[in-house]
Write a protein of this length. Structure first.
Length: 227
């Protein structure tokens, strides 16, 4: 999981919300939003997320990688009343994957509340990754969200394996770069190489790397290793 920087509400959504308000006998909520407007909102979400699922960070919205709109605070939360205004709030929307048949992400979550929230970076601060690709967190509530509510380590999926391979690939790539530079025992050169790789990951825009959270974690660990 990585932080999501929300952009301004798409003009298409602003216009659609105005139309819903001005339509007699129409309830102001997400179900009143037309299909074409939902597609425009989804395209905006995909662009700001770099075509990565807000939860598992797999590729979405391209080719055979479907994407849907998820509400961070559910439309019909288990622990509070439905809020029509919130269901049409762009800052409560993210794009997610298909949930792997209910095993992960929003399809597994249902209407449960979450402590972890990709648009609130501080809720991601305690997240770390194991070498085998498991995602974890020092914060107990966040850990529960990751493992139980969202199923991001679910068996029968490729998530842990793909995250592990991503981190391993970065480590090997940096090792090769260090050898090409002939860094030897020069920790400053090694650190500079790691910092360069880290910055490349941090400044990705559209079509970000899959499992970017794991890659950023590994790159930061390597920077610290040579500090």
């Amino acid at each position: 999981m990585i932080p999501i920087v929300k952009a301004k509400e798409p003009p298409a959504l602003t216009k659609a919300k105005r139309a819903i308000r001005n339509t007699p006998d129409t309830t102001f909520n997400y179900t009143a939003l037309r299909g074409e407007n939902k597609r425009e909102v989804l395209e905006a979400l995909l662009a700001e997320q770099g075509h990565l699922c807000a939860y598992c960070t797999c590729r979405i919205g391209v080719g055979d990688h479907p994407a849907t709109i998820e509400h961070l605070i559910p439309q019909n939360p288990e622990d509070s009343a439905a809020d029509g205004e919130l269901s049409l709030d762009y800052h409560n929307m993210v794009a997610v994957c298909d949930g792997r048949g209910g095993a992960t992400c929003d399809k597994r979550r249902g209407n449960k509340s979450l402590t972890v929230d990709p648009i609130k970076p501080y809720t991601l601060d305690s997240i770390f990754y194991h070498r085998d690709g498991r995602i974890n967190a020092a914060d107990r509530s966040v850990r529960y969200d990751l493992e139980v509510t969202l199923g991001l380590n679910a068996s029968g999926t490729n998530l842990c394996g793909n995250r592990s391979k991503s981190m391993e690939a970065i480590e090997k790539s940096i090792d090769r770069a260090i050898k090409r530079k002939g860094a030897g025992e020069n920790r400053a050169v090694k650190k500079a190489i790691c910092v360069k790789v880290l910055k490349l990951f941090e400044h990705q825009a559209d079509m970000k790397d899959e499992y970017l959270g794991a890659k950023l974690y590994k790159a930061r660990k390597l920077v610290s290793k040579f500090a």
